[in-house]
Design a protein around this ligand. Structure first.
Ligand code: ZN
Ligand code: ZN
Ligand code: ZN
Length: 377
């Protein structure tokens, strides 16, 4: 149920809770209501789970926070420094109504913000218990905090990046002619854990035509000499922060004539987008930096997704590196830069690094070679 995780400095947690409360006030809500998940982990440092029984961190803007938790789940939060955080624990047992318990802690409220991923079961339970309160999403409030990583968070992302780089460095062990994507994927998943992750959250091995499907996972396709193979892998390290890195490989000489030239365009686009990252630049300009090069080379219609996504306790979070996102980048923001070129039915390629915005530029957290890497056929 609960795993041992490195303790986060209680002072840092306290500051997060205070900032969340302040941001909620600014947003005009009376309380944040957070179910287990990455937001709760961010605010409490605890990794409890919840199912049909309600666990909810109640953060009123004008009163101390309360963690409403089923009595049987409470031990999962034993490591949370509740005293330093000023968080009271309120347990409930089966046959009690936890939604009424939350309502009784809030008194009269007109607007509450619910964690984006709270199950509908609990959303509707809270609506019933707080009929006068408008429900809004807490995501826009909490993401303002989570998007700007502190030094400890960046250090955890750096460790995750180094760990996934070590897996990519071993790719010749896994991807070999005659094996299947599934067999390679199982070995890669094991290596992701061996190299320092708590779990392999995702393993994409897209060989040959499968590489043209960006979210292909694994199949029974057997690797052939000349295959281009897209490998996109990642998972969390103990602190909960995730890695996510793609490299594209070729088994011997590429089968298609156009691979080298097309890949060179992709590599230039990815490098240009990383180069564009610095404080003050709009997120959409990083997307444009990659897209312009790919489109100018005539492959615009084959780049079918945004250039990147923020990363932290979730693999995908704000800020999104996409046309229309005018958010100016700030130091501490972490996200992927992962353009791809996908030719349906033929082959595909993607290059993905996680980068962090620094005071005056960018720090890439993935440093494996960006060239099309030849594996022995
Ligand atoms: Zn993706
Ligand atoms: Zn990825
Ligand atoms: Zn990604």
């Amino acid at each position: 149920m609960s795993t041992t995780v490195p303790a986060i400095d209680p002072t840092a947690l306290r500051a997060r809770l205070d900032r969340a409360r302040e941001a909620a006030g600014t947003a005009g809500v009376d309380a944040l209501l957070m179910a287990p998940g990455s937001d709760l982990r961010y605010l409490l440092g605890g990794t409890g789970t919840s199912f049909e029984r309600l666990t909810c961190l109640v953060v009123p803007t004008g009163a101390p926070a309360v963690l409403v938790v089923p009595k049987l789940e409470a031990p999962g939060y034993a490591a949370v420094p509740t005293e330093e955080l000023g968080v009271e624990i309120a347990t409930w047992v089966d046959a009690e109504d936890p939604y009424t318990l939350v309502a009784s802690r809030l008194g009269g409220v007109s607007r509450v913000a619910l964690g984006d991923m709270m199950p509908a079961l609990h959303v509707l339970g809270l609506r019933r218990a707080l009929p006068g309160a408008e429900q809004v999403l807490a995501g826009p409030i909490v993401r303002e905090l989570r998007m700007r990583k502190d030094a400890a968070e960046v250090a955890a992302l750096r460790r995750a990046g180094a760990a996934i780089d070590r897996v990519h460095a071993r790719m010749a062990e896994f991807v070999r002619v005659g094996r299947t994507e599934a067999a390679a994927g199982a070995d890669i998943a094991a290596a992701i854990v061996e190299e320092g992750h708590t779990v392999a959250e995702f393993v994409i091995v897209g060989s040959g035509p499968n590489g043209a499907s960006p979210h292909h996972s694994l199949s029974d396709r057997v690797f052939e000499a000349g295959d281009v193979v897209v490998v996109d892998i990642g998972g969390p390290v103990a602190e909960g922060y995730c890695s996510d890195s793609t490299r594209t490989y070729v088994l011997g000489e590429p089968r298609q004539q156009d691979v080298a030239d097309t890949y060179a365009v992709l590599q230039a686009a990815q490098a240009a987008a990383v180069e564009a990252v610095r404080p003050g630049v709009a997120a959409q300009d990083v997307d444009a930096a990659a897209r312009r090069i790919i489109a100018d080379a005539g492959f615009g219609e084959y780049f079918i997704h945004r250039t990147g996504h923020g990363i932290g306790l979730d693999v995908h979070e704000d800020p999104y590196i996409v046309a229309g996102n005018t958010l100016p980048l700030e130091p501490g923001m972490a996200f992927s830069v992962e353009p791809g070129i996908y030719q349906p039915g033929r082959w595909g390629a993607r290059i993905e690094d996680i980068v962090v915005v620094t005071e005056d530029g960018v720090e890439p957290l993935n440093v494996r070679p960006h060239e099309l890497t030849v594996l022995p056929a």
